[in-house]
Design a protein around this ligand. Structure first.
Ligand SMILES: Cc1cc2nc3c(=O)[nH]c(=O)nc-3n(C[C@H](O)[C@H](O)[C@H](O)COP(=O)(O)OP(=O)(O)OC[C@H]3O[C@@H](n4cnc5c(N)ncnc54)[C@H](O)[C@@H]3O)c2cc1C
Length: 328
């Protein structure tokens, strides 16, 4: 793993990760690779694996707590893979994976007027996708309004909430598997879980989303309504990584959400350093200044213990914790 390596895409050495996360916390990665196309992403992944680097995938960093220390990894970001297309008129299901790779700027112009499918590369922003779908009168994604992230990260996490999940609208996803081969996962043949796209070591390159044709005015109105509901309950404009914990199984908590349990356990407003439990929503940890990863971790532990001591419920962490040490 020498530092004179060449990469098949743009690459930055010792690049700080904090500014690339919504929480704004985190030290540098040994290498940050920035592929701009599906093929570059596959090549970057293969090159890093061949050289023996541990690899991590980074979307918008909206579900991450990144350690302040040095990360001896290759981090591959989907930041530059922002292409979003309407399905070309003649796109057949059986063209499968090839569809993603053949698309070029012409695809937008050749878009089937009534084809309710969008094709998104992994770096398409979820907010951008929700807005674009609404403007086209394509429904289904409204419930994801206010959820930051990229399509790849959204599929890895199966982002969603009470109005549905991203995978509900996936016709197929194109992934790179552990052997570096492109593989198509069809929704019909791929089981996902709660906040878990069940990808294992597979990396998302893009997805075909099948949406519901409607009118732009209706879809936009629903989107606004959901956004208003979220804004009133969640600290959407502050620096956070979203919900810290998953909701426990209903039978274990009498149907109470993690946020309700944390609030009842007195967590709102708890603070360690600049890591603060949002006074608006007890399941959101916000960076109130210059929070450090150790502060955030200690606060998460205090939140977990408060619920355990009060209700005997062990909350499961939703936020991914990127430790600086190599994965064991
Ligand atoms: C204000 C706020 C509100 C939020 N509200 C919600 C909500 O309502 N519902 C919800 O579900 N989440 C919510 N979140 C969390 C977050 O938005 C989602 O988890 C989102 O899907 C994260 O996407 P990302 O691209 O930022 O992924 P990242 O945080 O960058 O990564 C998350 C995980 O996905 C992996 N990953 C990233 N890209 C890929 C890829 N291409 N292939 C394979 N794995 C990949 C990463 O390695 C990591 O393990 C919220 C977050 C914030 C800050």
């Amino acid at each position: 793993m020498d530092s004179c390596v060449t990469w098949p895409c743009a690459a930055l050495e010792r690049e700080p990760l904090g500014p690339r996360t919504t929480l704004g916390v985190g030290g540098p990665a040994a290498w940050l690779l920035e592929p701009a196309t599906p093929e570059e992403l596959r090549a970057a992944l293969c090159a890093a694996r061949e050289q023996g680097w541990p690899v991590r995938l980074l979307g918008a960093g909206a579900n991450l707590l990144v350690d302040d220390g040095e990360h001896p990894y290759v981090v591959i970001t989907t930041e530059r893979m922002r292409r979003l297309f309407r399905a070309p008129r003649d796109a057949q299901r059986e063209r499968g994976a090839a569809l993603f790779l053949e698309l070029d700027a012409q695809a937008d112009e050749a878009a089937g007027e009534r084809d309710p499918r969008l094709i998104a590369w992994a770096g398409v922003s979820l907010p951008g996708l929700v807005n674009k779908a609404a403007a086209l009168g394509l429904g289904g994604l409204e419930g994801l309004v206010g959820v930051p992230g990229h399509v790849g990260g959204g599929l890895a996490m199966n982002a969603g909430g009470r109005w549905g999940e991203l995978w509900d609208h996936v016709e197929s996803a194109l992934v790179v598997d552990e052997q570096g081969e492109l593989q198509e996962l069809t929704r019909a043949n791929h089981a996902v879980g709660y906040r878990d796209g069940k990808l294992g070591a597979r990396v998302v390159v893009g997805a075909v989303l099948r949406l519901e044709p409607g009118s732009p005015a209706e879809v936009q109105a629903r989107t606004r309504e959901y956004l208003q509901a979220k804004r009133s309950a969640q600290p959407l404009t502050e620096r956070s990584a979203g919900c810290v914990f998953q909701n426990p199984p209903r039978e274990a908590s009498d149907g109470r959400s993690a946020g309700q349990l944390l609030e009842a356990a007195g967590c709102k407003g708890l603070r360690i350093g600049d890591a603060l439990v949002s006074p608006k929503h007890a399941n959101f940890l916000v960076n109130a200044g210059r929070a450090r990863s150790a502060d955030a971790r200690a606060l998460i532990e205090r939140m977990r213990r408060a619920v355990h001591d009060r209700f005997g419920i062990e909350l499961r962490q939703e936020v991914k914790d990127w430790r600086a040490a190599p994965p064991g």
